[in-house]
Design a binder for this molecule. Structure first.
Ligand code: AMP
Length: 284
């Protein structure tokens, strides 16, 4: 055993790529050789362990790994006691109770006595309990969305992202059981809290950098208040004087998805030389 912090990440799939790119951008670089279960990180006391995404919560709770990247849906379903250190701003989805488009079911209580197919039996059971309903659960590890047409279930509880899988199977959402996203979890007794804190700070820097752009522009001082309303910034904009005292220059962080709108609004109040720069990393 070493004093390295062990981070468990998914061994395959979209979440594996996502976790790898986040850690790499945070300077936690590693190479997975063939199908190896371990990788060492250069110049940082960290080992990466490649695991099944749904095993990560329980292996973190049991101390096999100190930190883990997985879905908060899987943390809730596993029912284990781990610290959720941060949300990683990706993998947003909801867990929904879905019925056929033409079913005459309008509430959770009407599920009493019906069959529900799901990979989330624990979350589903506690939902049913809240609604005083009992249902027969068909517990599966995947392909839940086809179980109604296979005649195995009357309703399903499944993850929904865009809703296109539901539409393709002629299903509709009756209600949501929860909203989830990708998270960083930590064992409650992590021995190396200092390194865990450093990892969290590094990841925060990358996540904020991915979410924001740096916007720079010039604006007349008498329109500055309006400009600040359009781009209030992460904390507050940096304002610098220009040679022409009637004008000033502004540097401010703006959410990437809001940049185009902000540019248009700034132009309308007479701002000029509006430049967007991508942020590679940051500490705020
Ligand atoms: P969509 O068609 O975009 O609504 O996606 C639904 C399908 O993708 C379902 O089969 C889900 O099980 C799966 N899915 C959606 N979001 C996630 C997620 N965050 N984690 C794992 N599986 C997901």
């Amino acid at each position: 055993m070493t004093n390295n912090i062990r981070i468990g990440i998914p061994s395959k799939g979209r979440l594996s790529e996502l976790a790898t790119s986040l850690l790499n951008d945070a300077g936690i670089k590693f190479k997975r050789r063939d199908r190896s279960l371990f990788a060492l990180v250069n110049q940082f006391p960290v080992e990466i362990i490649f695991l099944r995404t749904d095993d990560i919560p329980v292996l973190c709770a049991e101390g096999a790994i100190d930190l883990g990247i997985t879905g908060s849906d899987l943390v809730e379903e596993s029912g284990v006691d781990v610290d959720v250190r941060m949300q990683l701003g990706v993998g947003h989805c909801r867990l929904s109770l879905c019925v056929p488009e033409d079913a005459k079911i309008e509430s959770g209580a009407q599920l009493d006595g019906l069959r529900i197919a799901t990979s989330f039996p624990n979350v589903t059971r506690s939902f049913l309990k809240k609604h005083n309903a009992t249902a027969h659960l068909v517990e599966l590890s995947g392909s839940v969305e086809v179980m109604i047409s296979l005649g195995v279930a009357d309703a399903i509880v499944d993850l929904v992202e865009t809703g296109s899988t539901l539409a393709a199977n002629r299903l509709r959402v009756l209600t949501d059981l929860g909203n989830y996203e990708t998270v960083l979890i930590q064992n409650k007794n992590c021995a190396n809290a200092e390194v865990a804190d450093r990892i969290q700070r590094r990841l925060e820097g990358v996540i904020i950098a991915r979410e924001y752009s740096l916007l720079e522009y010039n604006v007349k001082r008498d329109r500055l208040a309006e400009a600040e309303e359009i781009t209030p910034g992460f904390k507050s904009p940096t304002i610098n004087a220009l040679e022409d005292q009637q004008w000033c220059s502004v540097r401010v962080m703006v959410r990437r998805k809001e940049v185009i709108n902000a540019m248009e609004k700034l132009e309308l109040i007479g701002a000029s030389a509006i430049l967007e720069t991508e942020i590679a990393n940051c500490r705020l």
